[in-house]
Ligand binder design. Structure first.
Ligand code: BGC
Length: 454
């Protein structure tokens, strides 16, 4: 049985129907403000046009390179599109050392170009001409398909000299500096766009791409007449365009203050991008473990967990010393655990606190804390998804999803569906599909579709 006091502790994370409706209305308003030229500068859901106006047909063919920067890892991929909705992907993961994440931008791009050169060499493609799609998963103002100015860094990156610059050009220059491969950057895209494209490659009804991973964001297909920032020439021949919502920044105008908790405020205050990406800080993998850590500290202080142990001050200091000690993946593992054995939960407790035998009650308390944090994240994501699904002009809408939190959390999908059922308009038929390598296949598809439409 769960302690009434534990329920009370977690109450701030439980969103009422009223709060859900209110966040939904505020979100929809921000999307509309982001799309409109007159309100765009103040809006915090920016809704940037991506210049991707064609969805794949499934017939695309050819070999493409793709780069994927913006999650926990950096990847280089070789994608072969084979027609008939088919593709193969060969990829290599490279670490992005922590010092490069906050060091001079030029060094980051030199590192990327260096990894790219190694990959090309390994695949014996040094002499081949290769078009490249760059999945760069940070907010960018796109000036065209292959030009994107970085608006701000997110997710722990903070390299000076890149904000306001064209990242396509920076990559191109880094490749030129090495001069050892014939690679042309033909498209820059967000990971959400990649996700949408890779799902649309399989299912023609896909209209949204959503990432709940290290960061959190979505894009969707909007009618061109609603996208003020898209120049007239892009509205003449095409009816639609993918819009990158950049919803991670939602709440920066105070819209979420009525649901943010003391823990959310602390996560924000200690982050390197204070007052920014407030919706992201309640939903994304980079922050969820930290939120659980802060709640655990409060639970220890109030003697709601590890009640029998005299080592509680020591546990508190473990949590205080290292903000990353409670990893987000633990949340998924704990919710996946079986009752009453709690084998994984006990392993995690041992790993974090060095405590051998957590009681069933402790495990239940920990599980409930994780559940509330994850469920709130899923509910918020689903509020955003509902807002965008309701904006699309299609009756049938498939939502393409990816990201470590969505992929590995055993109940994230189910939590999301509960909220979608409440908020999506009754005349819509919707479903969620898991994306297969959006950042790679999606990048190749954007590159392929772009060259086709030329
Ligand atoms: C970025 C988005 C990205 C998302 C998911 C956010 O921090 O601003 O551009 O799509 O993370 O990777």
């Amino acid at each position: 049985m769960l302690d009434a006091e534990v329920r009370e502790l977690m109450q701030p994370f439980v969103l009422s129907d009223y709060q859900v409706q209110e966040v939904y209305s505020r979100f929809c308003l921000e999307v509309a403000r982001g799309l409109k030229r007159s309100t765009h500068p103040q809006a915090n859901v920016k809704c940037f046009p991506t210049y991707v106006q064609d969805l794949p047909t499934g017939d695309e063919m050819g070999k493409f390179l793709a780069l994927d920067l913006g999650g926990t890892n950096f990847r280089v991929l070789l994608v072969s599109l084979k027609g008939h909705h088919d593709a193969t992907v060969d990829s290599q993961i490279y670490a992005v050392p922590k010092d490069l994440m906050v060091g001079p931008g030029v060094e980051l791009f030199d590192h990327i170009a260096g990894c790219l050169a190694k990959f090309v060499e390994k695949h014996d493609m040094k002499t081949a001409y290769l078009p490249l799609g760059f999945t760069f998963s940070f907010p960018c103002v796109q000036l065209g398909l292959k030009e994107g100015l970085l608006v701000r860094w997110t997710k722990g990156f903070d390299c000076p000299g890149v904000e306001g610059e064209d990242v396509g050009r920076m990559l191109h220059e880094a490749i030129q500096r090495r001069g050892d491969a014939d690679i042309a950057v033909v498209a820059i895209l967000n990971d959400t766009t990649g996700t949408l494209m890779s799902c649309a490659h399989r299912n023609a009804d896909c209209r949204l791409g959503v990432i709940v991973g290290t960061g959190c964001n979505a894009c969707y297909v909007e009618d061109v007449e609603n996208v003020d920032l898209l120049q007239a020439e892009f509205k003449r021949t095409k009816r639609q365009v993918i819009v990158n919502a950049e919803w991670g920044a939602f709440g920066e105008g105070g819209q979420l203050d009525f649901v943010r908790t003391e823990y959310d405020r602390e996560v924000d205050e200690k982050s390197i991008n204070r007052s920014e990406q407030l919706f992201e800080k309640m939903t994304a993998g980079m922050y969820l473990g930290n939120l659980v850590r802060l709640v655990l500290l409060r639970a220890l202080e109030r003697r709601l967990i590890f009640k029998q142990s005299s080592r509680r001050p020591e546990f508190a200091s473990v949590l205080q010393k290292n903000p990353e000690v409670f990893e987000t993946r633990y949340i998924s593992e704990i919710e996946d655990d079986s009752f009453p054995e709690f084998a994984s939960t006990r392993k995690i407790v041992k790993q974090v606190f060095g405590l051998e035998k957590a009681s069933v009650e402790d495990c239940q308390t920990l599980r409930y804390i994780c559940e509330c944090v994850a469920k709130r994240a899923a509910t918020l994501v689903a509020i955003g998804v509902s807002g965008l699904v309701n904006r699309t002009s299609n009756r049938r809408v498939i939502v393409g999803m990816d990201g470590s939190v969505y992929r590995y959390h055993p109940k994230f999908d189910a939590y999301m569906r509960q909220t979608l059922q409440k908020l999506v308009k009754a005349d819509k038929e919707w479903d969620i599909m898991l994306s297969e390598d959006g950042s790679g296949r999606g990048a190749a598809l954007v590159a392929a579709v772009a060259s086709k439409s030329k």
